[in-house]
Design a protein around this ligand. Structure first.
Ligand code: COA
Ligand code: MG
Length: 298
């Protein structure tokens, strides 16, 4: 399933978890990490697990859980507590390299065995760029990473703390500064290289819907599929931004038709523009995405 919107919901907030049920987010990420205080850790684990168990039907909204980083002593108790709720996936923050993802994969295999869950069912979304080291280890994803890793996103907030920066924005353009654009590009390239879904970054200014939409559309143009949301209002915008429009689909179908009508041809003109194999591949991607979303009904 292609996930266009992933909504973070603090795992210790009954109100927000209830509110999220009717939200159009394709997936929720129930959070046990940064949005939960240390005092609330145990109660958040219990509440999250109860919520997962109460929501066994995931046909319109998947339920994922963000655990604490593997180098803390909170991560294993987090996992052990929530796996009986059969989360669709685990979000792993603050990774150093693919080695962390593979370690999590082993933990999941053990816990799936304990819970009688089919091996490999639980997927992984990693937040790939929240440590300084992570910017230098992207090659490790190509050297053998668990198939559970189906999505990768990046982070600009923890990364600025890790890099010792006081701001992650360029002083004049206001866009992300160089290290963060590097993080964005590496995440996109690594995800695509391993056939995982590249997911657009959190947009922290949750009252700025216009800015969120602009960034989501830019993410989509760059090759990302879907975006992380932190506020309910962001999900409908993300769903729209990552659903191909009728015009997009009509154009893609014309591209496919032109190549179908000219078998064996590698490049051809349409509307005064050159088309070749990358355009055909893109057109097939657009039609496949639109078909999958249409099947789901929203
Ligand atoms: N999931 C579900 N419901 C949420 C929500 C979320 N992430 N964020 C807000 N809501 C609910 C609020 O409870 C409120 O509903 P209510 O009036 O019935 O209580 C409604 O949506 C409107 O919220 P609003 O008043 O606009 O925002 P807020 O000031 O209450 O909360 C945040 C702002 C940022 C604290 C909140 O959006 C949030 O907790 N986001 C997630 C943070 C997170 O998980 N961070 C970690 C990942 S980076
Ligand atoms: Mg964080």
């Amino acid at each position: 399933m292609i996930i266009r919107s992933w909504l973070f919901v603090p795992g210790d907030s009954e109100r927000k978890m209830e509110k999220a049920r009717s939200n159009p987010a394709d997936a929720l990420i129930v959070d046990l990490e940064d949005s939960v205080s240390n005092d609330n850790q145990t109660i958040a684990r219990d509440m999250s697990c109860a919520y997962l168990k109460d929501r066994a039907d995931r046909s319109t909204q998947q339920l994922w859980v963000r655990i604490n980083p593997l180098d803390t002593d909170l991560s294993l108790p987090d996992l052990a507590a929530v796996m009986s709720g059969k989360p669709d996936g685990i979000c792993l923050p603050k990774v150093y390299s693919a080695k962390d993802v593979n370690t999590l994969c082993n933990y999941l295999s053990a816990l799936e065995a304990r819970e009688g869950i089919e091996q490999g069912t639980t997927k992984i979304l990693c937040v790939a760029t929240e440590t300084a080291a992570s910017l230098l280890t992207f090659h490790t994803y190509l050297e053998g990473v668990s198939k559970r890793l189906t999505a990768m996103t990046w982070g600009g907030e923890d990364l600025s703390a890790a890099l010792g920066a006081s701001d992650n924005r360029h002083p004049t353009s206001g866009d992300y500064d160089d290290p963060y654009l590097l993080a964005r590009s590496f995440t996109l390239a690594a995800s695509r290289a391993i056939d995982a879904q590249p997911v657009g970054v959190v947009y922290p200014n949750f009252r700025d819907s216009e800015g969120f939409e602009k960034e989501a559309l830019r993410d989509r143009k760059s090759g990302f599929i879907g975006k992380i949301a932190i506020h309910p209002a962001q999900c409908e915008i993300a769903n729209r931004a990552f659903t191909p429009s009728d015009e997009d689909v009509a154009h893609a179908k014309r591209v496919i038709e032109v190549f179908d009508a000219n078998p064996g041809v590698g490049t051809i003109g349409m509307d005064g523009m050159m088309l070749d194999m990358p355009h055909l591949k893109q057109a097939h991607n657009t039609v496949a995405l639109a078909t999958e979303i249409a099947k789901r009904g929203s």
